[in-house]
Design a protein around this ligand. Structure first.
Ligand code: HEC
Ligand code: HEC
Length: 644
């Protein structure tokens, strides 16, 4: 009797233990190993808006290799990995399946010869290098493996959907969630190592059907090496800063701090990782980049003057290899494809508006639409998003003249814009750039963390890099300049002084860290939600409303456009235009009223996410830059911005 009871208790205990283990396992899976992604409704057709680029230019921009190895594994692995999901039966599908990557926000690439290309922004490069400079090889065939990284288009291509039509916008803000993508990639690698059956399928795809045991073993070691050498190192570093960081979510990235962490943290080895890895607490909305080539300073905080330093710095940020630690191999030797970056910048910039094409300051450029001849801002497609009310827009134009032009300059399609004194006099190379006003935070009142963070950040730099400052921005500027100079010097023959000036965009390597944000011309801004540098305001209507009326929290990740509020739809079912407040501002409560499964809830109470400032309201409190606008005035201004 007693024995049987004991046995029963024993079985019971084992059963309970088993259930607990499964439950704990499931919880870990749900919390740490499960990538929750939105499902999007099907699309009937896609329309790329006309932005002055040929189809050929566009496709080149989408996949041009700037020398990055962002995914940190070779292309051949990337396409062989399975999705980071567990399934009891059936196939979980490949990670690289375009419809799966689509849910992270990556836009499916064009098909070529019936085959799906990688999504927009993914670039295949040359042989993939290891940290020690040697090439990765396929252990079965000994062939070099191919590198895979992001190019500009990954972060600078916009997408909006409207009633089953997709609008694609070159140079617009991406709506990707790179954090989720990193997480998915890491878990895929982990599962390939530990989930039964996965490694064998992976090996078959990478090595071929009849790979030998030695090759498989070598591949297993490579996989473990990548996990321990990169993924886990970065995972732990990120864990260390997680509490002080602000989640980025869809459409945002703390690019400057991340570049700093990559270059002065990861790339500088252990000491850099310990001393320089900083919280990523200043996420910004991917900016739109049409016309930016002609601004005197770029970045939201107007911190960088030279396009080559900006772009090459970005390439280092998304893991182009650079040698910063081993002088025997040549410090500043890098994988950055400087000549391709130069070509990308030229496609974006077009030709400088010069006297020959009418830019005399007396009349607008010959090209009536605007004198910008590179990538142009998209025009509101009335056939898709509905007609513009011209009378209302005309009222808005007058308001713009009175309330906005002092900071955002006259509209770019006017003579006044091209005659503006903001076009600086020609520099020593005969080039003219557009001075964009920087408005101090004390006046504009928007979230301060981005600008203040860059001004305050310090980095430790080893003396042999010969960098004269430990102010982050300036140190980064010097480091990137040394990297591009290394490339110029190591070409045969070395790049001439004239050519260097041209590739540097005829601008010095100026760096500054003002405590303010720049006000740019607003052409095409209708296509670039969410608004403000940190993406804290979902639509133009909310931006023109008092701060107390703006949504305190909303979801990023919805793609459906609202042509009335001009921004992403706030909820799945939108109220009619007769209720502008409810439709564009939400329900005003402190949590978003209509959850979007798998999306990202942006809570504006968090420092870094604040939606304050740039306010049109009564009184003169901080951040108020103009008088309160009536509903009708807000709608007229929006209608006017649709014409820009
Ligand atoms: C991983 C994402 C990512 C990639 C890849 C990327 N960018 Fe950016 N880019 C950003 C973010 C985020 C910012 C805003 C940074 C800031 O202001 O702090 C930015 C800023 C810019 C700006 C300044 C815009 C302005 O209004 O001041 C330009 C121009 C630009 N990028 C061009 C490029 C080009 C050209 C490439 C490729 C050579 C590129 N970017 C690659 C994310 C990216
Ligand atoms: C005092 C100068 C100033 C005035 C006046 C001003 N703005 Fe701005 N505007 C800015 C600055 C600075 C920013 C960038 C703020 C930030 O991102 O934190 C900005 C940002 C914006 C943005 C968001 C751009 C983006 O990429 O997210 C829009 C849209 C905009 N302004 C519209 C307007 C309109 C419409 C008016 C007139 C009704 C106006 N602004 C008046 C300075 C001004």
């Amino acid at each position: 009797m007693i024995r049987i009871t004991k046995l029963k208790t024993g079985i019971g205990a084992v059963a309970i233990l088993f259930i607990v283990l499964v439950a704990v396992g499931f919880k870990i899976y749900r919390d740490k190993l499960y990538v929750n992604l939105p499902d999007y409704p099907p699309i009937n057709r896609a329309a790329w808006l006309d932005q002055n680029w040929s189809q050929q230019q566009r496709e080149w921009f989408h996949h041009a290799d700037q020398g990055t190895q962002t995914v940190n594994i070779p292309y051949e692995w990337f396409v062989a990995l399975e999705q980071p999901r567990l399934a009891l039966v059936g196939d979980v599908g490949r990670l690289s399946d375009p419809s799966y990557l689509d849910r992270f926000g990556f836009i499916p690439g064009a098909t070529k010869g019936g085959e799906n290309q990688l999504p927009v922004g993914f670039a295949r490069g040359g042989p993939m290098s290891k940290w020690d400079g040697t090439s990765w090889v396929n252990p079965q065939t000994n062939d070099p493996m191919t590198s895979l990284g992001f190019t500009c288009a990954a972060c600078h291509t916009g997408r909006l959907t409207y009633k089953h039509v997709t609008l694609l916008i070159d140079g617009g803000p991406a709506l990707t969630d790179l954090g989720k993508f990193r997480q998915a990639l890491g878990i895929s690698v982990l599962f390939t190592r530990f989930v039964p059956g996965r490694f064998d399928r992976f090996a078959k795809n990478v090595l071929g059907e009849d790979a030998g045991d030695d090759a498989k073993k070598a591949l297993r070691d490579q996989l473990a090496g990548v996990w321990n050498g990169f993924f886990n190192v970065v995972r732990k570093l990120d864990q260390g800063i997680a509490d002080a960081s602000v989640d980025e979510g869809y459409g945002r990235l703390d690019a400057l701090n991340r570049i700093g962490n990559q270059v002065f943290g990861v790339d500088l080895g252990k000491e850099g990782q310990e001393k320089n890895y900083s919280p990523t607490n200043a996420p910004v909305n991917f900016p739109h980049i049409w016309n930016a080539s002609w601004f005197d300073w770029v970045q939201y905080n107007a911190s960088i003057e030279q396009p080559m330093v900006r772009n090459a710095g970005e390439a280092l940020g998304v893991s182009a290899l650079v040698d910063l630690t081993d002088a025997s191999k040549g410090l500043f030797k890098s994988g950055v494809q400087v000549s391709i970056i130069d070509e990308i910048e030229k496609q974006l910039a077009g030709k400088q508006a010069t006297a020959e094409n009418g830019f005399s300051g007396l009349k607008p450029p010959k090209d009536k639409e605007s004198g910008f001849t590179g990538l142009k801002s998209p025009k509101w497609p009335e056939n898709i998003l509905g007609p513009i009310d011209r009378a209302l827009a005309a009222k808005g134009a007058t308001l713009y003249d009175n309330l906005c032009k002092d900071c955002h300059l006259p509209p770019v399609d006017t003579r006044e814009f091209w005659q503006s004194k903001n076009w600086l006099p020609a520099n020593e190379f005969g080039q003219r750039f557009l001075h964009v006003e920087v408005i101090l935070i004390t006046k504009i009142g928007t979230d301060p963390v981005h600008a203040e963070g860059m001004a305050k950040r310090k980095v430790w730099v080893p003396t042999d890099l010969n960098i004269s400052t430990n102010d982050f921005g300036f140190a980064l500027g010097q480091l990137v300049e040394k990297t591009t100079n290394h490339w110029y010097d190591s070409q045969t023959p070395p790049v001439s002084e004239d050519k260097r000036n041209e590739m540097n965009g005829y601008r010095p390597n100026g760096i500054q860290a003002p405590l303010g944000y720049k006000a740019r011309p607003l052409n095409g801004v209708w296509a670039t939600p969410p608004y403000l540098h940190n993406g804290s305001v979902p639509n133009l209507y909310a931006l023109l409303s008092p701060v107390s009326e703006r949504p305190k929290s909303f979801y990023l990740g919805r793609r459906e456009f609202d042509p009335f509020c001009v921004g992403y739809q706030l909820r799945t079912k939108v109220p009619g235009p007769d209720k502008p407040d409810l439709r564009c501002l939400g329900d005003q409560s402190s949590s978003a009223d209509d959850a979007f499964e798998g999306g990202f809830e942006l809570k504006t109470a968090i420092l870094g996410n604040r939606n304050t400032g740039h306010e049109f309201n009564d009184g003169s409190s901080a951040g108020v830059i103009g008088r309160k606008l009536s509903v009708d005035e807000r709608l007229s201004l929006i209608e006017f911005l649709k014409t820009q």
